[in-house]
Write a protein that binds this ligand. Sequence first.
Ligand code: 3HC
Ligand code: NAI
Length: 692
Amino acid sequence: MPELVSMRTDGDVAVITIDNPPVNAMKHEVRVSLLDLVVRAAGDPAISAVVIACAGRTFVAGADITEFGQPPRQPTAIAIIEAIEASPKPVVAALHGTPLGGGLELALGCHFRVAAPGTRPGLPEIKLGIIPGAGGTQRLPRLVGMDKAMAMILTGEPISAREALDSGLVDEIVEGDLVAGAIAFARRIVAGKRPLGLVRNRDEKLVSVRDIAAFDAAAANYTRRAKGQNAPAAAIAALRGAITLPVADALKRERDLFLELVAGDQSKAQRHIFFAEREAAKVPDLAGVKAHDIRKAAVIGAGTMGGGIAMCFANAGIPVTVVESDDEALARGLDTVARNYRNTAARGGLAADEMEARIRRITGTTDLAAVADADIVIEAVFEEMDVKQEVFGRLDRIVKGGAVIASNTSYLDIDVLARSTARPQAVLGMHFFSPANVMRLLEVVRGAATSPETLATAIAVGRKLGKVPAVVGVCHGFVGNRMLRLRSIEAERLLLEGALPQDVDAALTDFGFPMGPFAMADLAGLDVGWRMRKAQGLTAPIADELCERGRYGQKTGRGFYLYDRGSRTPQPDPEVERLIVDAAARRGLARRALGKDEMVERLLFPMINEGARILREGIAQRPGDIDVIWVYGYGFPVYRGGPMHYADSVGLRYIRDRLAAFAETTGDERHRPAPLLEELAAAGKGFASLRG
Ligand code: 3HC
Ligand code: NAI
């Protein structure tokens, strides 16, 4: 086995190489060896410069996240950076891939940085609910200026090699062999006797931002959007130190804030989601199964979802044919797609030539025969079984052998659809979320007959489209919508019991959801659910009555709320309040004031209970899969880790007892604690204990 960290010499230049696949995370053993070699090189009279590089696909992509939450072990990355800064010889970081977090901080501690083209450096700690903890908030603004540093640290997004060069983050882009280029760079530094300034002592880019008021105004743009989260405010506090404190004090402050966040619940929840996201697409019996190559795709239906799904393929560079039932619907669908692209381009999100290229990758037709050579076909026609079955039957006669045939259905039985073909092994669900070109979640629904190759291909395609695939089984509504349904029922019940739509929505937005259930329903259109309920003989007392009055939500300017012409801002409507009060009176219900905490429990605990049923039935493989689905598909606050992680943090005994009490008062059997929840609560365990 190659050493984790090794050193070789090239003349008088020492090259230290880190080799800890897959991403060269700086785990404890790496830190020990790296520190040792840096100190040795610095003290070796035969060495005049040092290059730190990495083997494999990337420069160090950060601290080893699995070590967080355990007692810190020396040396820390800070000790390594201090050893580099104490070196009398230039230390050059040779960057490639994704130098992230502690990896970029290591590079910022070096005297110089060179990078391969395509390198994407960043400080993504905020996405893990923490802030850079090894000097990133102090050294980055000194190199690239406060505005850029604030943007990088507060969004967590990496920048391109070009931006890194232009902003001063790297000193040179090396074309060709990176390490050879870094060695040559180091030799030029030595030969030119360039002084070894330390990034921490630079001040020139901070002089202009000593204006605290301007700093605070810029900071507010980020913290305003981060309600409820601790890390953004801490990042701002640390960055502020760069302009208000001596650097040593500011570094200490950063470290203290980092340690506090790492130990906190929010970071724990976000780390859980980081790993759960990567696990959700893993299926034990798929090991070694190869995904098919996808060169051409087809989408059936160019409505809300079909258009968005086609954009996903076009964005990923895959040509896609869109099939509609008639010319008019096709033109409408393609127009919407083109308008979406133009809007993105107008906002500066897409270069004009790239926009054209993407639009060109989408071909429209009304002839289903055009999908014959597609490697994957995704059906997104009306949510009606007979319509879909007919489409599947026709596809079966047209689509080439080996291709994947997927349905974007929200609720319907994939196994029934599969049986409309003579190749059920090629059929599965690929449930995108609206807007499909934006939302990251992809529920991959494995049917009873779906072959491992089909499943592996759908997962691989999802990844290629930039989605987070989560594999689920067949049931009405799969994982996400099945749980959502319980929340919707409860939200209506709260209205009858005493709340108003704005109260219920506020309870959930305060909890951290971007939108409450009623604002969400108005956005999606109330008529959709109404039609579905009617077809199934179900009711939702308030929503049904709103629909009967022609209040379909934003599209009609009125729903649970009122909307001014062209506005998307929901305004409470006295007519809705009257409607609710009357509906309660007709049912003989005495309305009462409901507290926010009570509403949150009423909305979330039944969902968690359903999650327990879903796990027991094997519809979801792991609690973390459910969490990923809710965070990426339904806006569950990531810093609470998804419903099942949240349940563990609340305690299952408490949830079980509350559910049992709800069942008594509502008489709703679905509130009876699910057997799995009962068992775990009785054993004093959490859902996390189900991990194998
Ligand atoms: N620590 C531990 N494991 C990590 C890791 C890390 N920092 N980064 C990635 N991994 C693991 C993943 O869990 C995955 O494991 P698996 O194969 O068992 O599922 C494997 O490495 C490969 O990762 P991806 O599947 O994500 O590979 P990609 O090529 O798609 O992406 C990446 C690579 C862009 C580096 C992505 O993994 C990533 O964003 N990693 C996290 C980077 C990060 O957040 N770094 C900051 C850490 S915090 C820090 O440094 C604190 C400091 O300030 C003190
Ligand atoms: P939509 O009504 O906007 O679009 C459906 C399109 O399919 C229409 O343009 C229609 O002309 C076309 N179509 C109907 N029959 C056809 C046929 N035989 N051949 C070709 N085209 C045909 O519906 P939407 O919202 O896009 O939904 C499509 C599917 O996606 C449904 O199964 C729905 O449940 C699912 N879905 C919808 C989501 C949403 O938020 N709208 C979210 C996730 C899934």
